[in-house]
Design a protein. Structure first.
Length: 95
């Protein structure tokens, strides 16, 4: 996953609130549906209004990226706060 925009015209999705074990199941279902609906699965997730990310949020991002890459696309992240970046570093997904 990259935290900069690297594909032309990615599908923008703005996230808000916490990405945690309470919210991820619903969010995952809807993000997977959106990913399947677009022909070129380049997605940009805007984290500027996300307040918290836990391990279930990280797992969801890994799954979304895996699916996008398998379809020739990618998931880009932008607007991540320090807590979200720290979680990405801890999961070694910041490289």
């Amino acid at each position: 996953m990259s935290d900069t925009l690297s594909r032309q015209n990615p599908f923008p999705i703005a996230l808000e609130g916490s990405l945690d074990f309470h919210t991820v199941p619903y969010l995952r279902k809807n993000l997977l549906k959106a990913l399947r609906a677009i022909s070129a699965p380049a997605v940009e997730l805007d984290f500027s209004r996300v307040t918290k990310v836990d391990t279930s949020g990280i797992a969801m991002l890994v799954e979304l990226n895996r699916i996008a890459v398998s379809k020739g696309g990618e998931v880009s992240l932008r607007g991540m706060n320090d807590q979200a970046r720290r979680m990405m570093r801890l999961a070694r997904l910041d490289q």
